[in-house]
Design a protein around this ligand. Sequence first.
Ligand code: ZN
Length: 447
Amino acid sequence: MRRKSFPIRLRVALAGLLFLAGTVVMRSEGPQMVGGPPIPGGTQFVPGQPFVWTINPITYWTDKGTLGPLSNSSATSLVQSSLQVWLSVPTASINFSQAGQLPQDVTSYNILAVLNDMAACSTPLDPNSATVIARDRTVIFDTDGSAIEALGGDPSGVLGVTIPLCWSSDGTTNFFQRTAAVFNGQFATTFDNTMEATMIHEFGHMIGLDHSQINLECLADLCVGAELRGVPIMFPVAISDRITLSTDDEAGISVLYPETVNNPPNRVPFSTLGRIQGHVYFSDGITPAQGFNVIARNTTDPLRIAVSNVSGFLFTACVGVPSTVLPPPWGDCGAIFGSTDTTLIGVYDLPGLPSGTYTVEVEAINDSWPMPFILGSSVGPIGQMGFQFPLYADCTPLYLGSNSSAGCGSPTHLTVTAGAVVNAGTDVILNGPTGTLPRYDAWEDGP
Ligand SMILES: [Zn+2]
């Protein structure tokens, strides 16, 4: 997560340094990592399936030092309260438990060793070792930002970073094994919620959530009230120190870890929420469109009750991108990223919708400087490669209207009822008033 005025590419810089291998991609309400096709002789990931934690509870170890002006015990309490925000989602089932404290303070001098020990995935980490600091889930308090600087990040702009280090699959479920979260003490204060908001965000990544884009106008303007409350905690940039989840955040965790227990108000089965699913197509009506943000908004509270997802979120970002255009692993990565199942191209999925009436809209992922949502701040798979697709249209967003046609007004109202999936009349064809591109570009053909 980065501060508003400082664009940062830390997550990908780290991924490039330490973690190139694997058949996964870090990826709005949506999963951060999605399994790719099997690699001969390697782990057989389940293609198109998001990664989740299967251990219960998810144990973690906290750093021994301070976090800026916060004492170790205050910082540790903040970790607990931040995790509690996710635990409190009534439609999700997930548990955390603090297993202990790291044996030494993690600083700029030893953080690379800690991360490299964690990245040695086949070597078990002794939870009782006094000499090896690394644990399977480490929460690092970078008290002065120097550790983030040691990792190549700008300590004046990066509030925190989450680094997935090991993951695997049993052939049925793709799961995380080791993750580190690093928090920058330069942003910790004793008088505001910035650090707690950062922790909630980074723990969202640790759980397996990607960034989300909703109420994008809040990035540029002062934005208040429902508009601000509808901005997800998983928005790529910290634009407030709000410490509550949005509907989109709750949908994101709930679809990965669905609650089945019925004991309201604290426990509510995920199956009571509705869902809208469909495709985004270019104006030829045939070619599925990857990498566009789709938002369902409740008509009674559209700024706040909103859930987003990026079209093609389960599909590889790199089919058809030759290594001459983008260097490996990005360009020549047909086997690495996401699923290669062509039926997933352009698919969107908007889960976790309370019953009601919704509109569906499509917009581009933010790609304007100085804060484009790319690389470490990406939303959806395409941005990981360093760019986003523009939406050539007369207006933005384009609303799903009648006959799948997307336009500048007259949105169709879709009725979502408890437990139901709405998937008829939900495909969006990007043919605004004067049309959009008839299809993708030279890199991609229709199926
Ligand atoms: Zn983030």
